[in-house]
Design a protein around this ligand. Structure first.
Ligand SMILES: [Zn+2]
Length: 111
């Protein structure tokens, strides 16, 4: 049976705290209490610091940087910006330069 999102977050938080707590021989007092749904997780100082570090170092796998044109944060797999529609980065610059020089297909093509 799949866990609800709330139960999954609570379980991940509990497992995270257990992984950190194992390194401290003298249990400290709770410095932060995080409520997830109906449950509260009590975090000691080392766990709270580790959680902050983990949250700040997280990078979404869909995060491909920011657009060179508008600064938007949503670049697709081809580094095309979802906000302004322009390709970003060196590849995007090459595409824009090529597109600017493109004059259409030659008129003398057999057709
Ligand atoms: Zn953009």
């Amino acid at each position: 049976m799949a866990l609800s999102p709330s139960d999954e977050v609570a379980a991940a938080l509990r497992e995270f705290a257990e992984r950190i707590d194992v390194f401290d021989t003298a249990p400290g007092e709770t410095v932060v209490e995080v409520r997830v749904g109906e449950r509260a997780a009590a975090l000691r100082a080392p766990v709270a610091r580790a959680l902050v570090e983990a949250l700040r170092s997280y990078q979404d796998p869909r995060d491909r940087g920011t657009c060179d044109h508008c600064g938007g944060p949503r670049l697709d797999d081809n580094f095309v910006c979802a906000d302004c529609g322009q390709p970003s980065g060196v590849f995007g610059q090459l595409l824009r330069e090529r597109a600017a020089r493109y004059e259409g297909p030659p008129a003398d093509l057999p057709g």
